[in-house]
Design a protein around this ligand. Structure first.
Ligand code: ADP
Length: 481
């Protein structure tokens, strides 16, 4: 088979910049697709962390002297083992803080232009403007890459095929119509068949509308977003594009998330030696200042602390953890109200509840390796990665039955237990009452150690690798050329 060249267009990529699961996926796909003869090069903005990691870079394209208010050029090189194109535009990307928000927590006011440049540059690469590189497929991720299809379609030249992946429909990149004249798109792009979205400019909408194929990150989410309840205003469009839409689950990067090789945990283990998790549990309890009682059921949360993740419901269920004699550790940051709530819970129940507000990658690994149960009570969840890590690490996942959580965790109901395939616990609807029932049910299971051990074994053996999803992407790419 002829090797295919795929240009992946994305606003964050592990290990260079990460705010969430998108970065993990973008970082893992290139290696995962290699066995299918697919060469992925990633186009990414030149944030400080990216520029610092760039090696062997050469100029691939002059982007101009006045690109949205400054000079910009395209570099090509490698960064931490990844093949990358980097947009060197200091006036747009050389800033502290995270890719989307300032250190004060507000969106950068010029996000519309910053990510228009990402998409416009992708299109220029797509048109073959870089010497020696012409992609067969341009694959954009989320709203930040949403205009890519528009620049390609309205560019009026022969273009490569396009794939667009929705990682989260909640972030739509919707900007006032006044932005449109700055985008260098033809006037006729501002219509319903183009980038216009309820009188504004919709980047995610444009990606859905103007890409040859649209994917999202789980089959259940692909179905959910076509309903008014979960479609966030885009369900009509998604129903219209149903023939081009499919769900491809995410996998996990085995080099980063593998309890047998993990450098962030004191005791390494695998599916044959889950007993060795105990030392990690003790380390985790100590880290959070909890009573080190290895026989006590230890729940964990590693998450953005937001309404989406259902963590307000968890806060209202603190009593249930206490009632069943369990401990809870929480690592996360986000909504100030929820952060305050968890701090308060820690103050009220020291030794039983431990909370770290912030972002800490190594600690996230220890939590997966030491906790007995990882809770993900999301109101909606496109795929979710933390439950996949939990499966891999034997932290039995307790999840809301929505989106990718529904697709990746097998509830320990009677039938699944009889078949010996259960890997965790699910609950629905996503209410505090049902969450509390699920906590009781989990604690009840914990009382039956042999059954619990079986759950851990099943979880650790579940296939959460990229093998199947990568094949699926490869099939999609090949169907387009
Ligand atoms: P989302 O992308 O919606 O935030 P996912 O479950 O898909 O949710 O991915 C979350 C990723 O971010 C995981 O890799 C998880 O370990 C990581 N993560 C989330 N919060 C934190 C945190 N406070 N510290 C370290 N890692 C975190």
């Amino acid at each position: 088979m002829k090797p295919l060249k795929v240009l992946s267009v994305v606003s964050e990529i592990y290990p260079l910049v990460k705010t969430g699961g998108l970065a993990d996926v973008a970082g893992a796909l290139p290696a995962a697709l290699k066995p299918y003869d697919i060469e992925v090069t990633t186009l990414i903005p030149g944030y400080p962390a990216v520029m610092e990691s760039l090696e062997g870079a050469s100029e691939a394209l002059q982007l101009g002297r006045d690109v949205f208010g400054g000079r910009a050029r395209l570099l090509r090189g490698t960064a931490r083992g990844l093949d990358v194109f980097v947009i060197d535009a200091p006036h747009l990307f050389n800033r502290p803080g995270n890719p989307y928000v300032s250190p004060h927590g507000t969106d950068w006011s010029d996000n519309a232009l910053r990510f228009a440049l990402l998409a416009r540059t992708a299109a220029r690469i797509g048109f073959g403007e870089v010497a020696d590189y012409r992609p067969d497929i341009v694959h954009g991720h989320d709203w930040q890459a949403g205009l890519t299809g528009a620049y390609l379609v309205f560019g009026g030249k022969s273009r490569p095929a396009t794939v667009f992946t929705i990682h989260n429909l909640a972030f739509q990149g919707k900007f006032p119509a006044e932005v449109f004249p700055m985008l260098h798109l033809p006037a006729n792009a501002f219509r319903v068949e183009g980038v216009e979205y309820y009188g504004a400019v919709g980047y995610l909408k444009a990606g859905i509308m103007m890409s040859d194929r649209v994917t999202t990150v789980s089959p259940t989410y692909a179905a959910e977003i076509r309903t008014p309840e979960a479609g966030m205003g885009l369900d009509g469009l998604l129903r219209g594009r149903a023939h081009a839409l499919s769900g491809v689950l995410n996998g996990i990067d085995d080099h980063v998330w593998n309890p047998l090789t993990d450098v962030h945990i004191p005791e390494r283990y695998d599916a044959r030696s889950p007993k060795r998790r105990r030392a990690n549990k003790v380390a985790l309890q100590q880290r959070f200042g909890l009573a080190d009682e290895p026989d006590r059921l230890l729940f964990a949360v590693v998450s953005r602390l937001t309404w989406q993740k259902g963590l307000d419901l968890l806060l209202e269920s603190i009593g249930s953890f206490l009632a069943v004699g369990a401990q809870l550790v929480v690592l996360g940051a986000g909504d100030k109200e929820i952060e305050r709530g968890f701090r308060q819970a820690q103050d009220n129940y020291p030794g039983r509840i431990g909370v770290m507000i912030g972002y800490d990658e190594p600690l996230a690994h220890l939590m997966q390796a030491g906790a007995d149960c990882l809770i993900v009570p999301s109101r909606f969840e496109p795929c979710g990665l933390t439950q996949l890590y939990a499966l891999r690490y034997g932290a039995v996942p307790l999840v809301a039955r929505v989106g990718g959580l529904a697709d990746t965790v097998i509830d320990a109901n009677e039938m699944a237990r009889a078949e010996g395939v259960a890997t965790g616990f699910q609950f629905q609807p996503v209410t505090k009452e049902m969450l509390q029932v699920a906590i009781l049910r989990t604690a009840d299971f914990w009382q039956r150690p042999e059954e619990w051990r079986q759950l851990v074994r099943n979880a650790m053996k579940a296939d959460v690798s990229w093998t199947r999803p990568a094949r699926h992407y490869a099939e999609i790419y090949r169907s387009l050329v």
